[in-house]
Design a protein around this ligand. Structure first.
Ligand SMILES: Nc1ncnc2c1ncn2[C@@H]1O[C@H](COP(=O)(O)OP(=O)(O)OP(=O)(O)O)[C@@H](O)[C@H]1O
Ligand SMILES: [Mg+2]
Length: 195
C-alpha cells in the first residue's frame, strides 16, 4: 500500500504521523518511509537507526521501493497543486493531518477542494487535540458537517510526541507514562486503514 501524508499547512503533524504509521505498517510487512521534505525531518529522526523501519530520501528511494510492501511518503508543507495531484495519483491513500485550530481547518477544506475533482482516496486526521478543551469535538463536528472523510481516532496533544524525535524513537519506545496512550492512538489509526 502507498500512503502519502500531506497538507497545505506546516506544523500540523505530517512527520509525526508518517513516522508512527510507518511503525504500525512495519508490524504488518516491510515498510519504507520516503522523506520527500527538503527539511529531511524524518531522516533526521531516523539518523540514530533506532526506528523499526527504513527511511530513505526521495532521491535514494527508487532502487529500494521494490523491496518493501508498504510505502509511506512524508511531504513538505505547502505543495503546489500539481504536486498534490501527482501525490494523489501515485498513492492508494492521502492522509491530511490537521489540528483543530480554525486556520488549519480552513486550509484543510481548501486541500479537499483541490482533491475532490481528482476522485482520489483521502482522509482527514485530527492531530494535536487537547483533551481538556472542546476544540477537538468542535473541529470533528465542523469536518463532519462539511462531509469530509475523517478518521474515527483523534491524535491527542501529548509531550511524548514532542520529545520522542530527540531520542530518535517513536513514542512506542519513549519512556513516558503516557507514551502507551500516545502509541495506542496511531495504532488505532493504522487499524482503521489496515486491520
Ligand atoms: N500529537 C502531538 N502532540 C504534541 N506535539 C505534537 C503532536 N504532533 C506533532 N507534535 C509536534 O508539533 C510540531 C509539528 O509536528 P510535525 O513536525 O509532525 O508537523 P509537520 O506537519 O511535519 O511540520 P512541517 O510542515 O514543518 O514538516 C513538532 O514539534 C511535533 O513534535
Ligand atoms: Mg514535517
Amino acid at each position: 500500500m502507498i500512503i502519502a501524508i500531506t497538507a497545505l499547512k506546516g506544523g500540523v503533524g505530517k512527520t509525526t504521523t508518517a513516522i508512527h504509521l510507518a511503525a504500525y505498517f512495519q508490524s504488518k510487512a516491510p515498510t519504507l518511509l520516503i522523506d520527500a521534505d527538503k527539511n529531511r525531518s524524518a531522516l533526521v529522526w531516523s539518523k540514530e537507526d533506532k526506528l523499526p523501519f527504513y527511511v530513505a530520501s526521495q532521491a535514494g528511494s527508487p532502487s529500494l521501493i521494490k523491496k518493501f510492501t508498504h510505502i509511506l511518503i512524508d511531504t513538505q508543507a505547502r505543495p503546489e497543486p500539481e504536486e498534490l495531484e501527482d501525490l494523489a495519483i501515485g498513492s492508494d491513500l492521502l492522509i491530511l493531518p490537521t489540528t483543530p485550530n480554525h486556520l488549519d481547518l480552513d486550509t484543510t477544506v481548501k486541500a479537499v477542494e483541490l482533491l475532490t475533482p481528482l476522485k482520489v482516496n483521502f482522509k482527514v486526521l485530527l492531530t494535536q487535540v487537547d483533551p481538556r478543551t472542546k476544540n477537538g469535538r468542535e473541529a470533528r463536528k465542523f469536518l463532519e458537517e462539511a462531509k469530509l472523510p475523517l478518521f474515527k481516532t483523534d491524535i491527542p496533544r501529548l509531550v511524548a510526541f514532542e520529545r520522542a524525535p530527540s531520542r530518535g524513537v517513536t513514542v512506542k519506545d519513549y519512556p513516558d507514562p503516557r507514551a502507551n496512550l500516545a502509541w495506542s492512538k496511531y495504532r488505532a489509526v493504522g487499524k482503521e486503514i489496515m486491520p
